[in-house]
Every structure is written in C-alpha cells, then in structure tokens.
Design a protein around this ligand. Structure first.
Ligand code: SF4
Length: 630
C-alpha cells in the first residue's frame, strides 16, 4: 500500500531563521496511524499546522516537501489548499469547545463541511448530518443536529468535531491531542471511535500526543520528537519492546506505576530547550546521562537500525558502542534531593495520639440550591458532595479518584471550609472545623494547604517568588521578622529543589514544573500537616510529572506530611497513594488500600475506570495488529 502522506525534510522556522521544525521526514500509509510523540514545545503541533498550511504569523515553511497522494501540498495555491483542508485532509484539536462555533448549531457546522467538500446543500445535507452524528455515537442524532455546542458535554463536542472532520471523507485525519482534555472513560470511547472511523475507510491518521498510553492504544508506527526533530522512529511493537533513543527510554522510565512505588521515578532533568537554544551537538545532550564529548561537539545523523526503524543518536552510529541497557537508574539529576535528612519529623510537640487520623470527615454534604424564576425560589438541590466519610492518618496519602464533575474538587474545598458544608463534620488535628469563627478558621487553615492543578493560574504574576512565599507567612505571623522569613524562604527553595536566587524572579520566568515547585513551596511556607493536591501533575509533561511526584514523596518522608491527592490518573494513584477512595456523583463508591482497589476493584464504576485506562504492556494493546502496516 502506498503512502497517503509523505513528508521529507520538512523545515518550519521563525522569521529570524530559528527552526522550530527541523528536517522532519515520515510517511503514513492508508489505514495507518502514525503517532508523533513528545513533550510540550517539541514541535509536534507546529508540524501539523505546517502540513495544513495554517501556520501562525511570523512562522513560515522554509524547506522540504509534503506529498498528499502524490500532490505537493506546498505547491498548491491557497484556493486549492482550501479544498484540501477539511476535505481530503481534516484536523481535530485538543479543545473541541474552542474549535466549534458557539452561535451555529452542530448541524449547520457539519452542513458547512458537506457543502464545501461533498457538494451537498440545504435539505439534501440534513440526513447526512444526522447520519454522521449517529456514526460518531451521539444518541438521538436526528434531534441533536439542531442543538448548539454548549448543549454538548466535552466528550460529545469532540465527537461532533470528529463528525465534521469525517464529513469531507478525508484520506488523512490529523488529530492533535484529541483526548487530552477528556476524562479517561470518554478518552477510551473517542480513541475507539477514531479506530472505528479508520476501519474500512482506509483513512490514514497523524496522531499527535504526549501520552504513551494513547500511543499504545491507537498507533501503528511512532515518531518520537524532541526539540524540533524526530529522534526515533519505529513500529509500535518495536518502540514498546525496546526503545532505543535515550530520550524515549527516559520517557518510559518516568511513567509512574505500582512497580516503582518504592523508588524515585527517573525524571528527566531540565527542560526541552527553546527553539534555537542548542546550536551545536546533540539537542538532548544537556539532559542525557549517556552523553560524551562527541555529543556536545557534533549533531548525530539519522541512523537506520532496522526495518522501518531509525534513531538520531551517536550511540547507534559507531558499531560496538550501542548500549542495550536503558541506563535509567532512577535517580533525579540536577535537583537537590529534599529526601536527604529524611526522618519522622512533624510530630514534635503534638499532644495527639499518633495513631488517630489527622483528618476525619464524617457524612459530609455540600448541596447547592437551584434557583428559578423572578424571585429566585429554590426549586431543587445539586448534591455535589453527598454523604462523604473518609480519614487520613499522618504521613499517609489518600487518593480521591473520579471523573470531572463527580465532586472531587468541591470536597477538597469543603474540607478547607472554602465552601461551607451543608452538613457533616470535618475533624482536623483534634478540632472540629465546621462552624468555627472566621478568625480561628484562618489559623487552623494554615495546617491544611492546597496545591492546584494549574501552576500558571495559581501564582500571582506580578509578585516575585520571595513575595509569594512570604505573603502567607506574614498573614499568619510566621517568623519573627522579615529576615527570619527570608531565611525560611531559602530553606523552602532548597526543599523543593529550586536555586535560592529564584526568589528574585517572577513566575513567568519559570517552566511549568518549576512553577508547581513554587506552588508547593508556598504551601509548605506555613508548615502545614496536610496538603490537598488537586490534580497537581495533570497539566505537566510526563518527565516533569515524575519530578513533582518524586518531590512530593520525599517531602512526605521528610516532614511526615499527609496528602489528599485528587486525581483522575490511576497510574499516579498506583505510584503515590496508600489508600484510595473512588468518587462518583458526589459519593464514595469504593474505598480501600491502593493495592485492593486497583488490583481487585469491587464496584462496577471502578472496574469501568480501570478498564478505560490505556495500558502499556510490552507491545501495547492486543486489539491492534500490525497486519501489514507496522
Ligand atoms: Fe545522548 Fe549523545 Fe545520543 Fe544525544 S547523541 S542522545 S547526548 S548519547
């Protein structure tokens, strides 16, 4: 079978000549899914936008060719390219809510694609719109064509986007992180839908993702991208059996799971360099623990190492040097380890029985009134948290697992009394928190701190790090004076693995992982006993996630901290949690040790959650066969 898309030597650059996609080549055959895998900022999306010729201002195609069924995409006039886009070549994006037009019904939006690419107009297009919606699994499709995007959930919006893409009967679908914004069960449905759409149609797919689980689930072949280049290319089976490039090996080693519970994850030190940041030698050299002198002097060439398999690394260029061992030893380089000096700590002076739980929540309810009419009469209740009981001992981690909208975050805020509970009790460190006066609550709250999902949004961009860390301490009269607080700030920065001079910088000067470290330091500034971590790693790349998980584990050992870890990522739960509560529609439907809940789930919802998680098991999922494609 010939290639539907053939890309050779693609170069995309900024006006100043800085290359952001640098000499990329790959082909995708009919019916095949080719995954571009890599961390944020490595050039995956820019590759897709280059192929669609939808580059933002200031970025331009600067070399190489892309042939779509033999037609050079860069040789087409803009008018001709418009016919290709949405027709033979369609694209779906990460955030379907932003891609759909809010003032048009979904039927009108699909009809637009049908008119443009299939010549179907007016009433003739209506049955086809409904058919497409039904094909992507939207129930009652004939009625729902007349609805607007806001009437659809996130997963349903992504289905509508896929229906629009399929309207043009594309030969190539570019899916840019199509499931990143979705819950795990919805992700499983959308990935299945994409596979179904390929079955029989012969549609080729370029799947852009940072998630190895998604690659294992849907890809036939994989290109691993790093700093604008493809550094490894292989079939899915080859990649999962034996990743060759040190970067790919590190990505695998950084994945959390139960087997690594008692050891630090192998985080990749540092960050992806900015475009043009490394002009000489291998771009991965500053982060590679196998680099030698040649690596920083000379850029490695592309080396073919087997059938359909290649790698860009000096290790494979010189016979006899190749090292089979993954070389990942599990230590995190480049950050001072807060684990040193580990000890029990934390209990000093406490009059509490160390065996009694630090946090004990009984039958907690948070209901929100539904008001209607001119008089805003209460006509019902939304039971966001509906009779939750749980407890967390000192020095332990309880994971609260569930999908968006199940009430996890509301519960976290209710524990801190940021949302007043409707009923129930929150007993923390020997005191009941519900009903406390604001002033007393403020003091008690210091011992319970929250770390949020988005470190970009949770830090004040106008304050320096030192001010951010000092703010809470000053408000709670921690430290005798500013000098004492500055000393404490230095200690905090040491603890979270940031350089002391970071305190003079602003949040925008840091990467996502570093900002999450600052957010953790801010929480630690007031010497808490419990951290409520609300999806603290879900906005981070896998290697940065590994650094933050290592840090949280080390801080727990050092300071005897307790964590309520709110997450939907079951791999993270396996790695970090001692106990697990599974939440569904405001209630805890299953609880137990991490081992019990994840190994032998009892509740059907937990079983559904676990079966929806893409598993990385050797050659990836069994439902994919290499049937002549890989
Ligand atoms: Fe590491 Fe050198 Fe290979 Fe680059 S070329 S990935 S620095 S071993």
């Amino acid at each position: 079978m010939g290639d539907i898309l053939n890309v050779s030597g693609l170069v995309t650059q900024l006006r100043n000549g800085t290359r952001i996609v640098d000499d990329i080549s790959f082909g995708i055959r009919a019916g095949e899914t080719f995954a571009l895998l890599g961390e944020s900022g490595c050039g995956k999306s820019m590759t897709a936008l280059s192929l669609m010729r939808l580059l933002p201002d200031g970025v331009m195609h600067a070399g190489g060719a892309a042939q779509m069924e033999g037609v050079d995409l860069f040789g087409l006039r803009e008018r001709e390219m418009r016919e290709v886009r949405g027709g033979r070549m369609a694209m779906i994006f990460q955030e379907p809510g932003l891609s759909l037009n809010p003032v048009l019904t979904v039927g009108q939006q699909i009809a637009e694609a049908l008119a443009l690419h299939q010549g179907l107009h007016g009433t003739a297009a209506q049955p086809r719109c409904a058919e497409l919606l039904a094909q992507v699994g939207i129930p009652d499709a004939a009625r729902r064509v007349a609805e607007y995007p806001f009437q659809f959930s996130g997963g349903m919006k992504q289905r509508v986007m896929i229906a629009m893409a399929l309207a043009g009967q594309p030969k190539l679908l570019i899916a840019d992180e199509p499931t990143t914004a979705l819950d795990v069960t919805i992700q499983a449905q959308v990935l299945q839908l994409l596979r179904d759409a390929q079955d029989g149609s012969g549609m080729a797919m370029l799947l852009i993702t940072h998630d190895l689980g998604v690659v294992a689930e849907n890809a036939h072949r994989v290109g691993v991208m790093y700093a604008g280049q493809i550094v490894e290319q292989a079939s899915r089976a080859q990649l999962f059996a034996e990743p060759l490039h040190p970067y790919t090996q590190k990505l695998f080693a950084a994945l959390p799971d139960a087997a690594r519970r008692n050891q630090p994850l192998a985080a990749i030190p540092g960050n992806v360099p900015p475009p043009g940041g490394i002009t000489q030698g291998c771009r991965f050299a500053p982060r590679c623990d196998r680099a030698w002198a040649l690596c920083s002097e000379q850029a490695p060439e592309w080396t073919v190492v087997g059938e359909g398999q290649g790698v860009r690394c000096h290790l494979y260029q010189e016979p006899g040097i190749r090292i089979q061992d993954s070389g990942v030893k599990g230590e995190e380089r480049g950050h001072p380890s807060p684990a040193c000096g580990r000890g029990a700590g934390g209990e000093g002076g406490s009059t509490l029985n160390p065996q009694s739980p630090l946090l004990q929540v009984s039958d907690l309810h948070v209901h929100f009134p539904i008001r209607k009419g001119v008089l805003q009469r209460t006509v019902g209740q939304v039971k966001a948290v509906d009779g939750v009981s749980l407890e967390i001992p000192r020095g332990r981690t309880l994971a609260l697992v569930g999908e968006s909208g199940c009430g996890k975050t509301t519960l976290g805020k209710a524990l801190l009394q940021l949302i007043p509970p409707t009923a129930g009790s929150v007993h923390f460190a020997g005191r009941e928190l519900t009903g406390l006066a604001v002033r007393e609550l403020r003091t008690r709250r210091a011992a319970m701190q929250m770390v949020f999902q988005d470190p970009y949004a949770s830090l004040n961009p106008k304050m320096r790090v030192a001010e951010i860390l000092e703010e809470g301490m000053a408000a709670l009269n921690i430290g005798n004076d500013s000098a004492a607080r500055q000393t404490h700030i230095d200690t905090l920065l040491d603890q979270v693995g940031l350089a002391r001079n970071a305190k003079w910088r602003y949040p925008h000067e840091f990467s996502g992982g570093q900002r999450q470290r600052i957010a953790i330091a801010r929480a630690l500034a007031v010497s808490p006993q419990l951290l409520i971590c609300d999806e603290p790693t879900s906005a981070l790349d896998v290697s940065v996630q590994a650094q933050i998980l290592n840090l949280l584990k080390a801080l727990q050992r050092e300071l005897n901290l307790s964590y309520l870890f709110i997450t939907h990522n079951l791999a993270v739960v396996e790695y970090i949690a001692h106990e697990v509560c599974v939440m569904y529609l405001g209630r805890i439907v299953e609880r137990g040790t991490a081992e019990e809940v994840l190994r032998s789930p009892g509740h059907p919802y937990t079983q559904a959650l676990l079966s929806a998680v893409p598993r990385i098991d050797g050659e990836g999922r069994s439902h994919l066969h290499d049937d002549g494609l890989g």
